[in-house]
Write a protein that binds this ligand. Structure first.
Ligand code: ZN
Length: 193
């Protein structure tokens, strides 16, 4: 079953999401929601999905960057983006620490703004303290594209969208991005979260 993804303009995307208690996280309703979010993200497809994007103002997001999503990118594009396969996992109540200024500029999209993309500067490295889907504490040290996904998803939990951080003159429909803006080597859009 695929959940409905809410689009920009819905107030839930601008709200501060609520932290989850361990009991709430382990409840069957939230565990079922995680399963449905995984299906919805894969169906979209996207590399991340935050609970507010399905209308739930909770501090929870799912992330997965499959090798098959990266097939349209050349080796040099993958290297430039420091993009690697990231297995499915859940982040809950994340605390984000940026390890460096947002100097990495690449095209980003969002499942809640379908059909558009823009250049967004992000930090190359981050550290995230969070809980996993079982309520166990995790420390995630991430760099490159994974660090970008984490920043994008954790922004969603604070009511922030990539359009708040984008280089606004690069904002484009994906159709026009592919027609005019795309580098000669990068094929297709960069995946959305
Ligand atoms: Zn998004």
């Amino acid at each position: 079953m695929r959940l409905k993804i809410v689009n920009v303009g819905d107030p839930v995307l601008r709200a501060l999401a609520e932290p989850l208690t361990r009991d709430q996280l382990l409840s069957s309703s939230v565990q079922t929601m995680i399963d449905l979010m995984r299906e919805t993200m894969r169906d979209a497809p996207g590399v991340g999905l935050a609970a507010p994007q399905i209308g739930e103002p909770m501090q929870l997001a799912v992330i997965e960057d499959k090798a098959e999503y990266q097939q349209s990118l050349s080796k040099s594009d993958l290297k430039e983006r420091d993009r690697k396969e990231i297995p499915f996992h859940v982040i809950v109540n994340p605390m984000l620490e940026l390890l460096g200024d947002p100097t990495e500029v690449f095209t980003e999209g969002c499942l809640s703004l379908p059909g558009f993309s823009a250049l967004v500067p992000r930090s190359k490295q981050v550290r995230v303290l969070c809980l996993d889907h079982r309520g166990e504490s995790r420390v995630i040290e991430a760099s490159g594209w994974y660090a970008r996904i984490l920043q994008h998803e954790i922004d969603h939990l604070q009511g922030t969208l990539y359009i708040d951080r984008m280089q606004s003159r690069s904002f484009s429909s994906i159709e026009n991005y592919n027609r005019y803006a795309k580098s000669s080597t990068a094929a297709g859009e960069d995946r959305r979260g």
